[in-house]
Design a protein around this ligand. Structure first.
Ligand SMILES: NC(=O)c1ccc[n+]([C@@H]2O[C@H](COP(=O)([O-])OP(=O)(O)OC[C@H]3O[C@@H](n4cnc5c(N)ncnc54)[C@H](O)[C@@H]3O)[C@@H](O)[C@H]2O)c1
Length: 287
């Protein structure tokens, strides 16, 4: 996709972090914006900023971990602007925790927003893009955690690997069907400074239960580690050139941190050799 002016972008998780900077770049490029997020006041502020840049922008405040809201998001974009040309499936959350400790409700929350919302977004948008027949693009925001594994994040890794698998599978389907007007990008960033460590504040009510686990020192230590990782990440400026460059050049995999690929190599070797993953081998690959 090389032309942006007058085209419609649907961006999920647009109130903070990656989604917000990508929304403002789309505005600068003259796109019409359907911006979706669960955080209504912050979303309104981003939509207002986009309008100040001269863009048409609609703020769709909704919990995208529910299918009906993803359906409504795409329907609203078509009803308002007539097309869906760019879909950035970005809304997501992160928490650390071992698989034997993390409560099932938290696993549901993670899978519903990080994985299902992305699958639903593609399901809703792709038939529209196919019918349009014009150059379109979908960016699925996975993570370096989608092509590597590390300790202490089983649920997060599981959702991000699933996003990679689903996007790769879809690339085969487009190829097999000879559908050439929809480009796909998998965004695979390492730690970048955003608001991700505050996602607990945006937990939908239906996943909010009194869980003793959330009062443990383990949970607090895991949250503190996530905050240190996010605040110690790369500045957010890397995101716009990486993602819009990929859309323009029809680039599939976009990795921001070179160390990610070193871990990919260790993991591939482990698979080929049938070896159990090892922290020591990961560390030696990174030194
Ligand atoms: N920041 C990083 O280091 C990093 C690294 C790899 C991948 N990612 C991924 O990037 C994506 C964007 O995250 P970010 O780092 O910009 O974090 P962020 O918290 O700054 O932004 C995420 C946005 O998603 C929204 N959101 C969360 N739950 C929602 C729901 N149920 N419905 C609608 N919107 C919801 C939030 O309100 C927020 O605006 C996520 O998928 C995340 O997993 C981030």
């Amino acid at each position: 996709m090389k032309e942006f002016k007058g085209k419609t972008a649907v961006i999920t998780g647009a109130a903070h972090g990656f989604g917000a900077v990508l929304a403002l770049e789309a505005a600068r490029r003259g796109m019409k914006l359907l911006l979706a997020d669960i955080d209504a006041p912050a979303l309104d502020a981003v939509a207002a900023e986009a309008r100040a840049l001269g863009a048409e922008a609609t703020a769709f405040a909704a919990d995208l971990s529910l299918y009906e809201n993803v359906h409504e998001m795409i329907a609203r974009a078509v009803a308002t602007y007539g097309t869906v040309d760019l879909l950035i499936n970005n809304a997501g959350i992160a928490f650390r925790g071992k698989v034997w400790a993390v409560p099932p409700t938290d696993v549901d929350w993670m899978i519903d927003i990080n994985l299902k919302a992305m699958l639903w977004g593609m399901h809703e948008a792709m038939p529209i893009m196919m019918a349009q027949g014009t150059p379109c693009h979908i960016v699925n925001v996975s993570s370096g955690a989608g092509i590597t594994t590390a300790r202490g994040m089983a649920a997060y890794h599981a959702t991000k690997h699933a996003v990679v698998a689903a996007t790769e599978s879809t690339a085969y389907d487009l190829e097999e069907q000879g559908i050439t007007n929809i480009g796909l990008t998998l965004f695979l960033p390492g730690y970048i400074q955003t608001d991700l460590h505050h996602c607990e504040q945006r937990r939908p009510a239906r996943y909010r239960q009194d869980m003793p686990y959330h009062r443990t020192g383990t949970w607090r230590a895991d949250q503190a580690q996530l905050e240190a990782d996010i605040t110690g990440g790369l500045p957010i400026d890397v995101v716009v050139p990486a993602v819009f460059g990929a859309i323009e050049n029809d680039q599939f995999y976009v990795v921001t941190h070179p160390e990610t690929l070193k871990i990919v190599a260790v993991r591939a070797e482990d698979m080929i050799e049938g070896r159990t993953p090892s922290i020591a081998r990961l560390r030696s690959a990174l030194t």
